[in-house]
Design a protein around this ligand. Structure first.
Ligand code: UDP
Length: 313
């Protein structure tokens, strides 16, 4: 297939491009490099089946060739990034989704939207099944991301219902692995870099809030299965092993072998108190579940962070 991946130079986008290339597809990566990085796709560039185009999908997209499938992954995705780029985040979720759906319609291509567990906001139902509508503060600082993705889901379903575009929606829960932005502020790079630099781990609030962490290869596998399925309604993909941020800090200390203290900093506004995917639907429809344990995933991730930190010195 000829496949376009928007946000292809980002953390998840670059792993998706890599996986699609190994399956023999022709892949076009579109990225404006607001948060994506050249470095993430450098190793793919020698492949004749890979093309990188610098473009902002929030503006009109021109593309001449045939397209069979579009995966729309472009967006700032860490709380630090979307707080820094609130307007761009809203635009890529709204205008970027509209433009990429328009391209899918014009090319008669399939379409997959990268949505997020943030559509559930600070959830009142736990764990979160796809049928839960969420508890989002539209005017809070995180609202720019949450509402952009909720709008993107609504637009995707509208193109499916009104224009019969062959769409998919994946709701991605916390994911980690090599090529995460080392300073994107998320808890995995933050704790790993702190531990590797022998600095205290900064736990926000009392650290009793929970998250569930999925290794990137598991996530990509789930997404590829969803692409190949005929499910049009949202599907959660994530690892259901839930832990508190404090427990996660301990796991990082152990994995890195760093005897560093934990310090507490203020909890960001609207930081969800709990998060755990209900993956019953993914298990049933996609025959998917995560395979990589947190311990194995961290073992695969730590060398990447060591290398990047070594280059910075
Ligand atoms: N967090 C933390 N210390 C940090 C960075 C994040 O305690 O240095 C917490 C954050 O408050 C949240 C959790 O870790 O409760 C996950 O944060 P992240 O930014 O990775 O993503 P989120 O799941 O909130 O989208």
């Amino acid at each position: 297939m000829n496949i376009i991946v928007t946000g292809g130079a980002g953390f998840l986008g670059s792993h998706i491009c890599e996986r699609l290339l190994t399956e023999g597809h022709d892949v076009v990566c579109m990225d404006n490099y607001l948060t994506g990085k050249d470095q993430n796709i450098k190793h793919l560039c020698p492949n004749p089946k890979f093309t990188a185009v610098k473009t902002d999908v929030s503006k009109h997209i021109e593309y001449e060739g045939d397209v069979d499938f579009i995966l729309h992954f472009a967006s700032p995705a860490s709380p630090k990034d979307y707080l820094k780029y609130p307007i761009q985040t809203l635009k890529v979720g709204a205008l970027g989704t509209h433009n990429t759906l328009g391209l899918a319609k014009a090319k008669n291509a399939g379409f997959l939207l990268a949505s997020t567990s943030e559509v559930y906001g600070d959830p009142l139902v736990h764990p979160q099944p796809e049928t839960y509508w969420g508890n989002v503060n539209p005017i809070g600082p995180r609202g720019v991301y949450d509402e952009a993705k909720r709008y993107a889901e609504a637009m995707t379903m509208a193109y499916h219902r009104a224009h019969n575009v062959d769409t998919r929606i994946v709701r991605i829960f916390n994911t980690y692995g090599p090529r995460m932005g080392v300073s994107d502020g998320r808890v995995v790079p933050a704790f790993l870099c702190q531990a590797l630099r022998n600095k205290p781990l900064t736990v926000y609030g009392d650290g009793k809030q929970t998250r569930s962490f999925c290794y990137v290869s598991d996530l990509v596998d789930g997404i590829v299965r969803l692409m190949k399925s005929s499910e049009h309604e949202p599907v959660n993909i994530g690892n259901p092993r839930e832990m508190t941020v404090l427990q996660f800090a301990q796991a990082i200390k152990k994995a890195v072998g760093a005897d560093v203290p934990i310090i507490h900093e203020p909890l960001p506004i609207d930081d969800p108190k709990v998060r755990q995917p209900d993956i019953t639907k993914a298990r049933r429809i996609l025959k998917w579940e995560p395979k990589v344990t947190l311990e194995e995933g961290l073992e695969k991730t730590i060398p990447y962070f060591k290398e990047v930190l070594a280059c910075e010195c």
